[in-house]
Design a protein around this ligand. Structure first.
Ligand code: ZN
Length: 175
């Protein structure tokens, strides 16, 4: 487990600069019990690997690749150098713990930049293709704000669902 005081001083991007500001670039792996948190980390723009089941050695490999493991299980966290133990049961509390323990400070410009299902960065949609693939009223209301996931090929646009999520983030002190 990483000691919080060390986390405040040293970054995750391995540049080893004192109080590195690039905490935003941290990549996570959420254990199988943290699916909800994984979704919200993606909403905030963080690259977050999540599976409801991890095969043998998968977590080891992902942590070795530089991801920070998030888990509520002390035994698992103690097995890795780059892991954070979360104790809260709810997402708002877990995000607050991340803020406290690793100086987690989401960049507002990265909100809603990632596909919540695939974890890949959304791209600006081709306007002609978007017109063919989203409801007409959505297209004309959001023409410049439609994004496309290159992995699952879904289209995303600002709307009431996103507004609700933004409201929730504000309640939690983010966004
Ligand atoms: Zn996707």
């Amino acid at each position: 487990m990483i000691k919080p005081d060390i986390l405040k001083m040293w970054c995750f991007c391995h540049c080893f600069e004192f109080r590195c500001q690039r905490v935003q670039e941290v990549k996570f792996i959420a254990d199988s019990m943290l699916g909800k948190l994984a979704k919200w980390l993606r909403v905030l723009g963080y690259d977050t690997h999540y599976k409801s089941h991890y095969g043998q050695g998968v977590i080891d490999q992902l942590v070795e690749d530089g991801r920070t493991l998030l888990s509520r299980q002390e035994k698992i966290v103690n097995s890795y150098d780059n892991a954070v133990l979360l104790q809260s049961h709810d997402t708002g509390g877990q995000l607050a713990e991340l803020k406290e323990k690793i100086g987690f400070a989401p960049d507002r410009s990265k909100l809603f930049s990632r596909c919540l299902l695939c974890n890949v960065l959304l791209e600006e949609a081709d306007i002609n293709e978007a017109k063919e693939n989203v409801p007409e009223y959505v297209f004309y209301e959001n023409m410049m704000g439609i994004r496309f996931c290159p992995s699952c090929c879904r289209y995303f646009w600002p709307g009431s669902h996103r507004e609700r999520m933004a409201k929730k983030l504000r309640e939690w002190g983010f966004g």
